[in-house]
Structures are given as C-alpha cells and as structure tokens.
Write a protein that binds this ligand. Structure first.
Ligand code: ACO
Length: 331
C-alpha cells in the first residue's frame, strides 16, 4: 500500500497588511488589548473588490507545486478547504482548477472551517492509500475580512480573523514516511456558537436589507464558549493521535496547532507540558486564517528547517461546527 506524504508546501497572504493600530481607525480597541487577549499584531485583508480564496490559492499552489518538483499536469485531484468560498456555487476548487489550468480532474470543496485542512488531509490520505491517486493538491484558503463587523460592536471577533492561503501536495511513496493517522470529530450541537447565519438557503430571499441592518451576515463568535471547548478538545485530539501510534509527546518534534488564538495555544502547550519551542505559532503575523492556518504554519516550519526527515509532527485543529481533528505524520 502506498504511503501518503507531503511532498511540497506553499502559502500566500494578500497585499494589504492591517495592523492593530489600523483597526483602531474603525473601532474602539487597542494594540495592547488585542495582543494580550489573542497574541495578534497584524493580519492581511483581501482587496474587497473580487479577490477570493481561489485567487489567494493561486500563488500558494504554485509554490507548493514548485517545492514538490511537480507541475499542474501531475495533479490527480484537488481538495479545497474553505469556510468562505468565492461563491455559493460552484465551489472554489472548480475555480482554482480553471485558473491554474489543471487537467479535467476532480475538484472537491470541503466546508469544515478551522478543521478543514486536517479533514482534507484525511481524505487525501485515503485516496493515496487505495492507490486511486498519486498526487493530490490540498488547499486551505479563506477571505474572512468580508465577514467581519469592523465596528466597536463587532470588535471581539473582528480583531481575530485574517485572510490567507496555504497549500500542500500529498503524494504517494513506498518509503517509510508520511501520514500515520488522522482523527476527525464534530459536535453540531454547538453550531451557533461560531457561525455565519446569512445568506441562508433556508430563507427566501436568502438575504434582505433588514438582515444586513441586523448584521446577520457577519461571523458571530461566542468567545468564552469557544475557548472552553478548544482547551479541552486540542489536548484530547492530540493525545488520541499519540495513543493511536503508541507515542508520547517525547516522540514529537513539533506540534502545529490551528492558530485560533495565542492564549488557546499557550494553554494547550502548558497543559500538555510541552516546551514552547515544540508548539509552532505565527498568529502574531497573520491572525486566525481559519482553514489556512495549519498549511501556512506547516510551510513556515518546513522553510525554517524546524523539522527534518524522520521527525514526528502532530497537527491539530478546533473550530466552528464544532469540529476538531488531528494528524500525526512521520516527516
Ligand atoms: N478591544 C477592546 N476591548 C474589547 C475588544 C476589543 N477588540 N473586544 C471586546 N472588548 C471588551 C469587551 O467589550 C468587554 O468590555 P466590558 O468589560 O466593558 O464589557 C471586555 O473587553 C472583556 O470582554 P470579554 O468578552 O469578557 O473578553 P475576554 O477576556 O473573554 O476575551 C476573547 C474575548 C479574546 C474573544 C476570548 O473570549 C477568547 O479568547 N475566546 C476564544 C475565542 C477565539 O479565540 N476564537 C478564535 C477563533 S475560533 C477558532 O479558530 C477556534
């Protein structure tokens, strides 16, 4: 059976950097409040005039292909994880397929929010193991900025999120390396604790001027509830991956958590008694880019040579749904 491994990574963020000071023009907030509560110093926003997740995915994909030593012609399947697709229909994977001139291969969107990249990784894992595909493009890309209420009313959520894209190529190998296991969970009971209500297909029309006035088009987050669940689920799902492979945190070179909030990451690191340098964080630069955080962080870990061939890494996510997931890899 072929082993699925990550043969290349890439990332991209839009041109416009928005610092905490910049946000102070729109809302009553401060650099100190944002840094203290979230660890975020800046994030990047798309241009707001047509730059969607499929556009952000283009440079990220090109870089991942180059790093894998592959071209678009080598890719057998596209998986696009996003909670903020360019359109209701068709999916962003189809748009990317056209924009980059891929063959007429399958193009699948998945909507699993912050856990999207790891759910996508588990899908890629199965296709590679069964031998159906040899190279799969997995993208996590988001434009969250247009779902932010950039006024004082929306400040608790608006300061957290940013836009960006990360890409990884999952390839088949006969070598002893790659994805050792993936673990997926969801609890839809908490759907409304972190959700974007409209436009909604159950409403006809899907969105009205009244709904816009009521700000129902913006992402709503119950921060305390998210925090409470996240600090429980992250350690749980990391331990699940370790147990499944008969390992402990001592066997792990790097944990790459979804970049939700630095306070959540610190809590998990301390609770799991991990040294801080074993838990990667870049949220200060990009904010929370939802499905894009893990592939962006993974790309940086690879670029900075923080992991080498044979090292064990664990990636873990928690987010809207609620959903949570982990993956354990031998690099
Ligand atoms: N700037 C200044 N003041 C603010 C801001 C802001 N951006 N946002 C809220 N405040 C104010 C509040 O209005 C409140 O003021 P009051 O005391 O006068 O009413 C005060 O700060 C404290 O508000 P709380 O909501 O109690 O702040 P809390 O300490 O809970 O922090 C936060 C809010 C950061 C959202 C916190 O709940 C949290 O970390 N939650 C986790 C949510 C999260 O990180 N989600 C990540 C995205 S989801 C995911 O990826 C899983």
């Amino acid at each position: 059976m072929p082993n699925p491994y990550i043969s290349g990574t890439g990332f991209y963020v839009p041109a416009r950097e928005v610092t905490n000071q910049d946000l102070m023009q729109y809302m009553d907030t401060s650099d100190e409040w944002i840094r203290e509560r979230t660890g975020i110093g800046a994030r990047f926003f798309a241009d707001g005039i047509g730059e969607g997740p499929s556009d952000l995915a283009i440079p990220a994909t090109k870089q991942a292909l180059e790093n894998a030593g592959l071209t678009v012609a080598d890719i057998d399947f596209i998986i696009f994880a996003t909670s903020t697709p360019d359109y209701y229909a068709p999916g962003s994977a189809c748009l990317l397929q056209d924009k980059l001139g891929f063959e007429l291969i399958g193009a699948l969107d998945i909507r699993v929010q912050c856990s999207g990249f790891l759910y996508g990784l588990s899908i890629a894992e199965q296709y590679i193991k069964t031998g159906q595909f040899r190279h799969i493009l997995l993208v996590g890309a988001e434009v969250q900025s247009s779902a932010m209420n950039l006024t004082t009313e929306g400040r608790d959520t608006a300061v957290i999120f940013g836009d960006g894209a990360g890409a990884a190529i999952i390839s088949a190998t006969d070598e002893d390396r790659g994805i050792l296991s993936t673990h997926l969970h969801a609890q839809g009971k908490y759907a409304k604790e972190l959700w974007c209500e409209v436009p909604a297909s159950g409403l006809n029309p899907r969105i009205t001027p009244e709904m816009l006035k009521e700000k129902r088009q913006y992402l709503y987050m119950n921060g305390r509830e998210v925090f409470r669940h996240a600090i429980q689920r992250f350690p749980e799902v990391i331990n699940e991956a370790l147990d499944a492979n008969g390992m402990t945190t001592d066997d792990v070179t790097m944990v790459i958590p979804h970049q939700a909030n630095y306070r959540i990451t610190q809590f998990v690191q301390k609770r799991m008694k991990l040294p801080p340098e074993k838990v990667y964080s870049n949220i200060h630069k990009y904010g929370n880019t939802t499905a894009a955080t893990i592939p962006i962080a993974l790309h940086e870990v690879v670029e900075q040579k923080l992991i080498k061939r044979g090292d064990v890494i664990v990636m873990a996510a928690f987010g809207s749904g609620f959903t949570w997931a982990s993956a354990l890899l031998k690099w």
